[in-house]
Design a protein around this ligand. Sequence first.
Ligand SMILES: Nc1nc2c(ncn2[C@@H]2O[C@H](COP(=O)(O)OP(=O)(O)OP(=O)(O)O)[C@@H](O)[C@H]2O)c(=O)[nH]1
Length: 560
Amino acid sequence: MARLASARAKIAALRQRFLEQLPERLEQIQALSHQLDMAAPDAALLRELHRLVHNIKGTGRSFGFSALGDLAGEFEDLLTTVLDPEINPPPPDWPVLLERFVQSLVLSISKLCTPTLDGIVPRPQIPELYQSPQMFSAEKETCLVYLCEDDALLLQQLSAQLACFGYQIQTFLSTEALRQAVRERWPDVVLMDIEFPESRCAGTETLQAIRQETGKTPPAVFMSSHDDIQSRLNAVLAGGEAYFHKPVNVMDLVRVMDELSNRSQPEPYRVLIIDDEPDVATYHAILLQEAGMLTAQLSNPAKLRYMLEAFRPDIVLMDIYMPGCNGRDLAKLIRQLPDYVGLPIVYLSSETDRKKLFSAMQVGVEGFLCKPVVPEELIAAVSIRADRMRILRSRMVRDSLTGLLNHTAITQFLENVLANAERQHTELCFVMIDIDHFKQVNDTYGHPMGDQVLLALSRLMQQRLRGSDIVGRYGGEEFAVILSGVSMVEAWKVVDELRRNFGLFKFKTPQGTFSSTFSAGIASCTRHATLTDLREAADRVLYRAKRNGRNQVLVEDVET
Ligand SMILES: Nc1nc2c(ncn2[C@@H]2O[C@H](COP(=O)(O)OP(=O)(O)OP(=O)(O)O)[C@@H](O)[C@H]2O)c(=O)[nH]1
């Protein structure tokens, strides 16, 4: 609640500043209109006047000064006709009307900026602040998953794999057994097949029956060997939150289940706001921050490229009118940068002219939000698009089995952090990890069990390493970790603790339990400035660890 109060206070301060700046804006408008030669108006002057009036419209409405915003909106319409007479010619007496609008603005602004008798500036109509559900959601300790599948082998494999991710799994071979269990204890998530011996849609029917019996449905995820629309529709109608076509990718399943059980604490969405009015950008930033997002603001388009690279936004919100360039040009520029072809861009503007909007959208912009925007609408529009961007990006850079960065992505990261470490004269350690006798695990217990070992180590690394450490699957049973800002001794302590913890894992199989170990080699950028050198050094140390008997972590110093 304190955060909400502080956001309200910040918005109140922004409104106050807008009021304080109004006389200066008015002076600029008056000066420009006096400079205008009404017989042959200068286009640049007109455009600047249009921009100033447009900004008062958008900012005024955003901050709840609707009468002022509407007046500026009508003024803007007149200026638009003077600017583009071919599309819609201005009325013959436009110079008189223009002068009247300036006078009306003088009146309206002087009223707003003059305190009333009791010394209080009139309160604008302010939109209610959205209360982020994330602020109050508590993380669950363990998540109870009911897994219902009539294929006994698949049931056993999935259950073992999901257990590696810390879920409490109860398995059911029949829908009837599942219904009975739901009566006794309500699950956090139900994960179920759709086709069972008794019917092709027994899974969805069961969920509907549970709803009829209890009046509610548990969060449900369906898996099916059918991929037709009717099956998917049945799943949606039964209340399914997600649908997976078999064979199911466990990482996709885990991602959805983490979301459904509130266990995942995804990185906040990153929103870049481009607006030539810093206070309006700040206002929208505050609304988005309230919903748990990270924001960056840009008022100077010249710094766009730098900002895209440094901030890595999931979505860009931009104004249409800015000095020097407009949102359409800027959006086109972003689309022409190969790395940002898919970056969602949404206009946030008070422009209402459909033709202009359509033209502005044609450069591949995803959507349009009209100022003043309702906070919930802003948050929903941003979240939906940023989430989709995250999924697409993740597919490109993540390994599908473990969810860790793939080989290409970790190499790219290493290149970037290495350059950074060199610039900032900081340490960086590169670690190569390889599971011992992994072929034997596969040969003895089967490939799916081997996958579980890979998953377990991946999850352990994700849980135990710092958020700033970078973990990737380098290849088959080989992993790479980048530890920034640590010495080799510190890196050794971290990785050796991982090694000890991993050794404690017990993998259950029909033939009994077994545990697994890994070997690791650590090299430091203080000795190897190039990517290839660093990688080869870590590889050499890893090889030495294997030859020394495996199940150990070695650093370069010890090796040489
Ligand atoms: N289950 C499973 N196995 C994989 C995967 N990728 C690679 N492998 C297996 O990993 C094994 C690697 O074996 P080797 O390179 O001979 O090494 P090792 O048996 O781990 O022996 P050391 O590294 O010398 O301790 C091969 O059998 C691969 O088939 C995967 O995604 N899943």
